[in-house]
Design a protein around this ligand. Sequence first.
Ligand code: GTP
Ligand code: MG
Length: 196
Amino acid sequence: MTYSVKLAVVGDTGVGKSSVSERFARGTFTDYPETTIGAAFLTATSKRPTHKVKFNIWDTAGQERYRALVPMYYRHAHVLLIVYDITNRSSYDSAKRWQREVTGVMGDAPLYVLVGNKTDLSASRQVPEAEGRRLAEKHGAVFAEVSAKTNDGISRLLATIADAVPELDRNAVEASGVTLAQPVTGEGRSWTSCCY
Ligand code: GTP
Ligand code: MG
């Protein structure tokens, strides 16, 4: 069974949204990436023992000037990644605001994932891991600390999200009759996209 899932990534500029997305999609890291303009689209796949997930990733721009565009990209997302930088307290405060904003628009339908990035810089940590974990628990979100730079926690996070997808699908079918499960056609494994 293959699922096609829309995953949106939000958070302040510089927290590493594009870096985490690049890790998911290509397994690589760029030291000096360009700030995202508007949004970027990437795909990633995760193979689990029981199913496979194709993630359609919308990596949004964190800069204030693009702020008004962001809801366009997270609308109808099945999975919402809210990213902060563990060395930057204000990015964590923003993550709380993102959680409030997105929940206001999307309700409890998507799977929320709170991600503290840059664990390789833990010597400059400003947000204790337990604090991030508590916030995630409060909102029923998955929590993970990762480093896009060193790859710490990245594949575990993608697998955790992929493992939660069949349950998300059951809820989506119940709510709207729409399934995220996609027929896989032919050798080329093309997915028809639906659902957003
Ligand atoms: P915007 O596109 O402006 O919203 O930023 P962004 O959230 O996409 O951040 P981006 O991925 O462009 O990364 C910002 C900076 O942080 C870059 O210099 C990255 O190389 C760096 N960076 C990203 N992830 C990590 C990490 O895990 N560790 C360290 N040390 N640096 C990181
Ligand atoms: Mg970016």
